[in-house]
Design a protein around this ligand. Structure first.
Ligand code: G1P
Length: 275
């Protein structure tokens, strides 16, 4: 199972981060000197991905501008001999092949993933959500890719979270195959702490296979009236083996102000690097 394509859904409205996200994509919030999505793209590249599809939506053009070349800025920096700044700006424009597609209506993560169907073209693919920043020696998504390749199965990234926080996440239940690996039997999107089967939460990393698209087209809207990827994965788990892997490394929940601030404070100590 060769995985060279990644999908980064970035169409969400960012309501948890209002009012800053009223006029700015949440993916462009800074972590030290780079936007969140830059770190996510870097993680994918470090894991060997060479083709990235970003699912955007209304008000997300700043993301495309960020990864594009900026000839005016490059000219300005070159003229003034600002060599380091020039190199930094040029590198962003040449990181990897990035493609864009726009989600037409904000119908949820599951619906956003459906927009990737044509692009992934029958290949297994990685999904990285910008709400989770993972700092680890081995990139979080690579940890999943290795399991997917070994077992030829879709893999979901998970982490044990305090029980009172499970209602922020999708939660899996299954059989433990190994110390950090589960075979998934059931998944619930944002259960209350009382309903949750356990505290094994989905973090925003997945390796999926194209079978997910047909399921996403069939399932009704779930939690919050949105088409949920978690619901599609529950259906997929009935049809074939899917795995969940505890991701090692430090995760920051960038979808909350607290997590975002903590990431900024801790990463500023090493100059904004990922490792
Ligand atoms: C999404 C998924 C959820 C997962 C979370 C991880 O939720 O639906 O299952 O646990 O990402 O960040 P969202 O944060 O988009 O509401």
């Amino acid at each position: 199972m060769k995985i060279r394509k990644a999908v980064i859904p970035a169409a969400g409205l960012g309501t948890r981060m209002l009012p800053i996200t009223k006029s700015m994509p949440k993916e462009m919030l800074p972590i030290v000197n780079k936007p969140v999505i830059h770190y996510v793209v870097e993680e994918a590249i470090r894991a060997g991905i060479d083709d990235i599809l970003i699912i955007t939506g209304k008000g997300k053009r700043a993301i495309e501008d960020y990864f594009d070349r900026s000839f005016e800025l490059e000219y300005y920096l070159r003229e003034r001999g600002k060599v380091n700044e020039l190199r930094q700006v040029e590198e962003i424009g040449e990181m990897v092949d990035i493609y864009y597609v726009r989600q037409k209506k904000p119908l949820g993560l599951g619906d956003a993933i459906l927009y990737a169907e044509k692009h992934v073209n029958e290949e297994p693919f990685a999904v990285l959500l910008g709400d989770d920043l993972i700092v680890s020696e081995k990139p979080g998504i690579q940890q999943l890719i290795e399991v997917a390749q070994c077992y030829s199965s879709p893999v979901i990234g998970v982490e044990k979270v305090p029980r009172e926080l499970v209602d922020r996440y999708g939660v899996i239940s299954g059989t433990e195959l190994d110390r950090e690996l589960y075979e998934v039997h059931n998944l619930v999107e944002k259960p209350s702490p009382q309903e949750a089967p356990n505290n094994i939460a989905i973090v925003g990393r997945y390796v999926l296979t194209p079978e997910i698209f047909d399921i996403l087209k069939e399932i009704p809207p779930g939690k919050g009236g949105e088409v949920q990827l978690t619901d599609a994965l529950r259906e997929l788990a009935k049809r074939r083996k899917i795995l969940a892997k505890l991701i090692s490394g430090k995760r920051y929940d960038i979808g909350t102000f607290e997590g975002w601030l903590r990431a900024n404070i801790e990463l500023s100590k090493n100059g904004g690097g990922l490792r």
